[in-house]
Design a protein around this ligand. Structure first.
Ligand code: NDP
Length: 292
């Protein structure tokens, strides 16, 4: 697509987005509070707008990537009248409630709105692994999809404006807890002279690959449980879990390694046991986390 776009915000991520649009040959108008960052991009073919109003009125599609939703509102408020008839694509990180609120305000101005969550870092923008989650009206997404895919593949989640933020944060939650799990294991592995983080990580990657392959089946169990109370396919005895996690905690303590990253997991297993369950399963843990 050669569709022109405007990019508001040229921080680390906004700059990567703008460069991806330019590399794809899309005419790109840019604006940033600190104007020097926009000037710098003109060497790559960008048009540097002198004001937010100039940037917004330059194109139909206005991609926004700023610090937070407060900044987005503050930046767009003075040009609210100019947004009518345009499409605001907000890729700023925020919560589902903030997305709902932004959608109500923008659509109330007579503009279209898509909320997005960027699943990439600046270095992986425009690589095959990068993707951006979108939510909002499907017709608006389909109309602009081709124009938006230069920085990353577009994954559409649904009409509920809050879904992109919700999935974005849920993906980050899964990732961060896995990362801290890796680091806790690295602390354990390097607690003896013969252990190395590198050797541990090599094995962890193999181990995680085999476990990641089971995640879709656990997810199917969770959805089946929600829909029809169908018993899970993937489950393990709680006594086995209690003993296994207990061994990790004991070995950590003996090695002088803090058990804090794993303590909430153990508390979850103990909670299920206290509630009279005898199996660990994805649905049981999800119901516990939701207080059901
Ligand atoms: P940066 O800190 O690099 O950039 C922040 C941007 O916000 C700059 O353009 C800055 O302008 C602007 N800004 C801050 N305060 C104001 C204000 N009061 N008025 C106007 N503009 C303001 O952050 P990133 O580019 O890394 O992140 C931007 C968004 O992208 C965030 O929501 C982030 O969560 C998301 N994101 C970032 C990822 C990453 O790896 N970096 C990954 C995925 C999402 P100025 O240059 O003038 O300071």
């Amino acid at each position: 697509s050669q569709a022109p776009v405007t990019v508001l915000g040229l921080g680390a991520m906004g700059r990567a987005l703008a460069l991806a649009f330019l590399a794809a040959g899309q005419p790109t108008t840019v604006w940033n509070r600190t104007a020097a960052k926009a000037q710098d991009l003109t060497a790559h073919g960008a048009v540097a707008a002198g004001s937010v109003a100039e940037a917004v009125t330059a194109n139909q599609i206005v991609v926004v990537c700023l610090l937070d939703y407060g900044t987005v509102r503050e930046t767009l408020e003075p040009v609210a009248a100019e947004l009518r008839g345009r499409t605001v694509v907000n890729l700023t990180n925020g919560t589902p409630a903030q997305a709902d609120e932004m959608a109500a305000w923008i659509t109330g101005l007579g503009a279209e709105y898509l909320d997005g969550g960027i699943m990439a870092i600046p270095a992986t923008v425009a690589t095959p692994e990068a993707f951006v989650l979108y939510s909002g009206p499907e017709s608006v997404f389909q109309e602009h999809r081709a124009a938006l895919e230069a920085p990353a593949a577009a994954k559409y989640l649904g009409e509920d404006f809050g879904l992109a933020s919700l999935y974005d944060l849920a993906l980050l939650s899964g990732h961060m807890q896995m990362l801290d799990g890796f680091l806790h294991g690295a602390a354990m592995a390097t607690s003896r002279e013969g252990g190395t983080a590198t050797g541990y990580a090599e094995l962890l990657v193999s181990w995680l690959k085999s476990m990641i392959a089971v995640i879709p089946a656990i997810a199917a169990d969770i959805d089946a449980d929600r829909k029809s109370g169908t018993p899970p396919q993937i489950a393990q005895g709680l006594d086995v879990q209690l003993a296994g996690v207990g061994n990790i905690l004991t070995a950590s303590r003996e090695a002088g390694v803090d058990t804090a990253p794993l303590d909430p997991y153990m508390a979850g297993v103990e909670g299920l046991a206290a509630a009279g369950q005898d199996l660990w399963s994805g649905p049981a843990r999800v119901r516990q986390l939701k207080g059901e």
